[in-house]
Structure formats: C-alpha cells, structure tokens
Design a protein around this ligand. Structure first.
Ligand code: GLU
Length: 283
C-alpha cells in the first residue's frame, strides 16, 4: 500500500535498443521488489518509439533476461510503438494550450546557432536549444508545415510555466519535496521529426495511463523528471512518487552501457552464472 492507501504500482520501462546489462537488472529488481514488498503490482513496458534503433530481438531478450532473473509481470505488456495515436492525442492537447511549437532546425543548425552565442544556456546534457523556432510567426509556421518542411514539436517552456505556475513540486523518496526546475532542460522535443512522439511525452502519458504510483529509475533521469512534472500538470495527469537510484558502475567506476557486451545479462547467463549469484552481487 502507498502512504495514501492506494496500491503501489511500479514499472520497469526499458528501450530495446540493445541487450540489458547489470544496471538494468538492478533497476528492474528494485522496482519489482518495491511492488512485491508493498503487496502491489509490477508492470513491464517496452519503450520502443525509436523504430530505427529498437529491434524485436532486443525485446525478446528483455523478456528472457527478466524471466531468468525471476521477475514476473502483468500481461499484456504495453509496447509503445503500438500506441502512437495516444501520444498524438496528448500532443494535440498541448497544441490547443499553445505550449508547443514546430521546430524546423536541423542538428547542424542548432550547433551553429549555439556556437554563435557562446553564452547560450547549458543544461546537464550540454547546450540547451537556443529557441530559434520559438519566435517564428504563425504565418511562417503554417506555410512551412504546408510546404512539407520536416519539423519536430518542442515544448515552449515559458508558455507552459505561465499556465502551470513555476512552483511545481514532486516528491522524491530520498530527497523529499523537490521544486521542479525544468529550465535545466529547456524547450525539449515532444514529437520528433521521424517519430510522432518523444520519450518525455510517451513516458508521462503511459505512467499515468497505467496508474504507476512509484517511478523507480536511474539517477540519469533526474533532470527529465522536472520536465515530466510540467507535462503532467499541462495534461491534467497525476504526478507519481519518484525514486532515482544510483547508477551501477564497473570496477573502474565506469557506468555500464549497452555496448559492453561482456556485461550484458545474456552473456552473464551464457557464462553459467546463476541468477541468485548475480542478484547477490547487485543488492
Ligand atoms: N526507456 C527509458 C530507458 O530505457 C527509461 C524510461 C524511464 O524509466 O523513465 O532509458
């Protein structure tokens, strides 16, 4: 049970862009155990909106790896690429509120623009989008879209905060109440040129749809949470409790990555290690 008396619902939401590694096992296990300990529910979700990088064999490996670890989850599993229409509807709601704008910039143009303005704000992942397309006139936007110019949709954070107010608060299990500072990521992409959504929009929509009460995920997504709270407020969705766990590292202190073949759960399995031994090494 959660503090407010509801059922605890946690989830693990990997992207099948590669094989899972020990860090994923740790994250999945933490979410699973929290739900079991609370007599709650655990959900697995496949976040495969990037249809060029995600592969069905990686989705299959996720199921196999997690089952080997002893995890069980509810079925059917929500696979995001089956639900692009849902995210498109959420984007429409944001368009109606005038808190998104089409962005026609290429990656190259953004880099050049940032280079021209060296004082441009930086976030945790590098320079923020400099806002080039935010100031385009409605006419120019309409004309370029009508002409078929490729465009993403970005959050107009200033417009968004003028609706939500800038005192959005979310609860982190370790750090308590946190005042959202979405400015650290700025005008993030909510629908990509080649995909009708983005991680931020799809994850917020699905966590609410699936009634997730506690989001357990790595510290690397701490800044994303600040944006997610803004989207939840705009879309009228509840804000779950968040737990951002530390990231596992190898002996040299380097974070595990999907490209490290030796550390994938598949190769650990194939090496003959038992799931119990792996679990013991993680927790
Ligand atoms: N799909 C994301 C990833 O694999 C994680 C999403 C989340 O936990 O919010 O990095």
């Amino acid at each position: 049970m959660t503090p407010n008396g509801g059922t605890m619902i946690t989830r693990f939401a990997p992207s099948p862009t590669g094989l899972l590694h020990k860090g994923h096992a740790y994250s999945a296990l933490m979410a699973f155990r929290a739900a079991v300990a609370a007599g709650g529910r655990f959900i697995l979700r496949i976040e495969d909106i990037d249809t060029t990088r995600c592969k069905p064999e990686f989705t299959q490996a996720i199921y196999e790896d997690l089952a080997w670890l002893g995890l069980t989850w509810e079925t059917p599993v929500r696979v995001q690429s089956d639900h692009f229409d849902d995210y498109a509807k959420a984007l429409e709601k944001l368009k109606e509120q005038d808190v998104v704008y089409p962005c026609f910039c290429t990656r190259k143009e953004i880099v050049a623009e940032v280079a021209r303005a060296p004082t441009a704000p930086h976030g945790p992942d590098g320079p923020l989008y400099p806002g080039t397309c935010r100031t385009l006139s409605t006419k120019e936007r309409t004309n370029r879209i009508a002409a078929g110019d490729a465009h993403a949709w970005r959050l107009d954070l200033t417009a968004a905060l003028s609706i939500t107010g800038d005192n959005l608060i979310w609860n982190d299990t370790e750090r308590g109440d946190i005042i959202a500072t979405p400015q650290e990521l700025g005008d993030v992409v909510l629908a990509r040129k080649d995909t009708p959504t983005s991680y931020h929009l799809a994850v917020v929509y699905d966590d609410a749809l699936q009634g997730v009460s506690h989001v357990v995920r790595g510290q690397d997504l701490w800044h994303a949470t600040h944006i997610h709270v803004v989207l939840q407020s705009l879309l009228g969705l509840p804000t779950p409790t968040y737990h951002h766990h530390g990231l596992l590292t190898d002996d040299k202190g380097v974070r595990f990555a999907k490209r490290d073949k030796a550390q994938t759960l598949q190769s650990i399995r194939e090496s003959g290690m038992s799931p119990e031994a792996l679990l013991a090494s993680l927790m």
